[in-house]
Write a protein that binds this ligand. Sequence first.
Ligand code: MIC
Ligand code: SF4
Length: 755
Amino acid sequence: MAYDIDMIKKVYSQMADRVNKAREVVGNPLTLSEKILYSHLWDADSNQAFKRGKDYVDFAPDRIACQDATAQMALLQFMQAGKKNVAVPTTVHCDHLIQAKMGAAIDLVSANKTSHEVFDFLESVSNKYGIGFWKPGAGIIHQVVLENYAFPGGMMIGTDSHTVNAGGLGMVAIGVGGADAVDVMAGMAWELKFPKLIGVKLTGKLSGWTSAKDVILKVAGILTVKGGTGAIIEYFGEGARSMSCTGKGTICNMGAEVGATTSTFGYDDSMERYLNATNRADVAAAANEIREHLTGDDEVYANPEQYFDELIEINLSELKPHLNGPFTPDLATPISEMRVKAKENDWPLKVDWGLIGSCTNSSYEDLTRAASIAKQAVDKKIKSKSDFGINPGSETIRYTAERDGLLQIFEDLDATIFTNACGPCIGQWDRSDRKGDEKNTIVHSFNRNFSKRADGNPNTHAFVGSPEMVAAIAISGRLDFDPTRDKLLNEDGEEVMLDEPTGIELPPKGFDVKDPGYVAPSDNGSEVVIKVAKDSERLQLLEPFEPWDGKNLTGVKLLIKAFGKCTTDHISMAGPWLRYRGHLDNISNNMLIGAINAFNKKTNFVKSQISGEYDGVPAVARKYKAAGVPTIVVGDHNYGEGSSREHAAMEPRHLGVKVVLVKSFARIHETNLKKQGMLGITFVNESDYDLIQEDDTFNFVDLAEFAPDNPLTIEVVHADGSKDTFKANHTYNDSQIEWYKQGSALNLIKIQNNA
Ligand code: MIC
Ligand code: SF4
């Protein structure tokens, strides 16, 4: 039986009425995305047709998932909200804090030692507030959610940007910052700007070396890292139906890499098969009863150009396998063109590692397809030229793959089987073969490949591909290897080719597992005491941020003008810093240390206008803060791209930054800034970015009249006394301005709870 089946049945019992009503209100046939959004309105009696990309709407998500690295801050905030229990089903998953080094057996023991304080904290908070807890080693949040909790037509939020993975099972699943999750845990509405809709029509059928991963690698190439911002991507067509449910999950997962709010697919036979295989025949039966409401209306899919804001068409029969990278997930290169492109760009051709796994690609089907390549290498006596690392997505996958001999195949190639966890995908990788900053290449089946992400080395060129392509390239040891064309030399000196991969969608003998790693919360958690040691370096109880005094902000000094890409990995790096995710003051020592200073093109080297000297960003910020001088961060396009980590907003807030002024924001980060009482604004004229100089002082001359839809006026005073005045846009609505006034959204919750 599925977890929370009563909740799912309740959602389904209301679905038909709500969808029919929405169709009347909107006056059109509906996309799946609209069906899910309208059937999850906070105000079920609403008769409003919302304007896409414009109206802020209150929603009532069905469930929440948090992972260990973000749950700490989310739960530290929730503990202040004064509630007895979480208001909707919630789970916490321990997956980010486990380092990959020697292999699962040793690494897991070591993680349980080094991070026991954090795991214990998360387990006891979960126990106290009625939250399901998944132990370290149970698996990666999104794989565990897909296997256990996702359901067609549902809406969930999660404190991780790849929460969107659950779109593979027909959900609207959205990544958020911890403060957003706290709203819903506390029984309040969750607000989102009604998304625009991008339709992707899939025709044809995947075959040969092309896999579901290549669909999203291609889409990323078309839309780029910001092309999906503010939109839901809805996939449909015969090509969608012919694909496995976990393949759909891969596609939705990496929708985060184009900035999409989420991605989704209509309910179909592949989802029914997956639900049945994962012990949820009850959900499948319930979904079958309302099947028509769990996919878009026929008229929409027949004439998609009339209903979507943008339409993309991909013929799967013609789609070629791709590798995306390095340093950005949208740089798409068909394998067949890699030879020329790698040479042109001077990308190192020798491949050191092939890594398979992550929440994106660690399904049973993925492992079988990659194993079918690995097995050929063993059978055809080809010695792998690169090292192999495998992270199974969950204990269920691992146990089943071991039983079915899949892991053995990789072990025969000397692969290291790491813990069922994020591992190298989030820089939790003690890479033994290379230290230092040497230029080198790795290929992986993950989703993100930003600079330094996997191993902390800015010169590691990471390329993203399907698990089977990663296997083939790793075996060949060459980035420009094209298995459809190139031969390999085996140990007998013969030239051999790799045959096309073959995969099995679902385990023929069914999934199995001994201990999935789940701990149910106590029925009465009020007795549970949560301890946080005063001198802990990993956990720190939160102090409320100061409310706004209602006055204009003046004398604001430039802390850093960031140049080019500034993702959340640049703002609040992961890897070794993950250990401070529950300690705001300690983690603030990584604030913006990866961002490039536009004036000297160096990282973590900015000028203090107090001393005239250069130092690291956190150190300079702390000096301004101590002197009572407010600061501002200036940035480029898609600032805050990537992760949902709210630390990227809380650290600047904690270190006295008042404003973040950029050309454009990534969605989750913009909301995180608002929630933490920061001013996140955008240049009306992008070229005004060029006016900003190193010794500038900013005055916000009409902030006292802060109101929705009113651009703010900024006066910039340069070192020579000359001034520039320009406008900045903001997207704060009335309730978000209230967060700003109170100092943070959490301060407002506390006031409301005490009222
Ligand atoms: C990521 O893939 O970047 C992460 C680590 O999973 C993040 C969450 C985090 O920073 O903890 C995400 O995607 O939101
Ligand atoms: Fe973990 Fe990587 Fe997935 Fe983020 S993208 S949840 S770090 S596996």
